[in-house]
Design a protein around this ligand. Structure first.
Ligand SMILES: [Fe+2]
Length: 161
């Protein structure tokens, strides 16, 4: 069961995720602004670096699917890049975590997408398994990102999934 029901829905998800990953890649600029130290800084480095890798992976699929790299922000994602002014580091990781959850759930939908729908954009049969395994890898890396954020958020908070 997946939330993606149409070819356009599939394109939308990929473009939105691409944009969120590109935003995440910029997270390092907040390290000095929020004065992150030690493992908080290391964590943000990891999130930013791996988001860039994810962006490249999505670029690969955008190419295979013959789509264009989105040049403007797709609908449904924030107008502005992340703004953590006035937040402390725990609140910052809380905001980031929400996006990591969105990504994890979206990559789960992409991984589990119905084959006939996927074939509309990935005509070469040999790519189908490759797509699912790339998405599966993204799901587990986003889960890891969620865990990283969680470790920096004060107090107990239950997370679905
Ligand atoms: Fe990511």
């Amino acid at each position: 069961m997946t939330g993606i029901k149409s070819k356009n829905g599939l394109i939308d998800q990929i473009k939105k995720n691409y944009w969120i990953e590109a935003d995440m890649e910029q997270l390092v600029i907040w390290e000095t602004r929020i004065k992150l130290k030690g493992d908080e800084k290391e964590s943000l480095d990891t999130l930013a670096y791996e988001s860039e890798e994810h962006k490249f992976l999505l670029e690969k699929w955008i190419e295979i699917m013959n789509l264009s790299i989105p040049e403007t922000r797709p609908r449904g994602i924030p107008e502005e890049n992340f703004d953590f002014s006035n937040l402390d580091s725990s609140q910052m990781f809380d905001v980031i975590q929400n996006y990591e959850i969105i990504l994890r759930d979206s990559y789960t939908d992409l991984r589990d997408i119905d084959e006939p729908l996927l074939k509309k954009l990935v005509p070469d049969e040999s790519y189908i398994d490759d797509f699912r395994s790339d998405m599966d890898e993204l799901v587990s890396e986003e889960q890891n990102h969620i865990n990283i954020c969680q470790s920096h958020i004060g107090g107990f908070k239950s997370i679905y999934g």
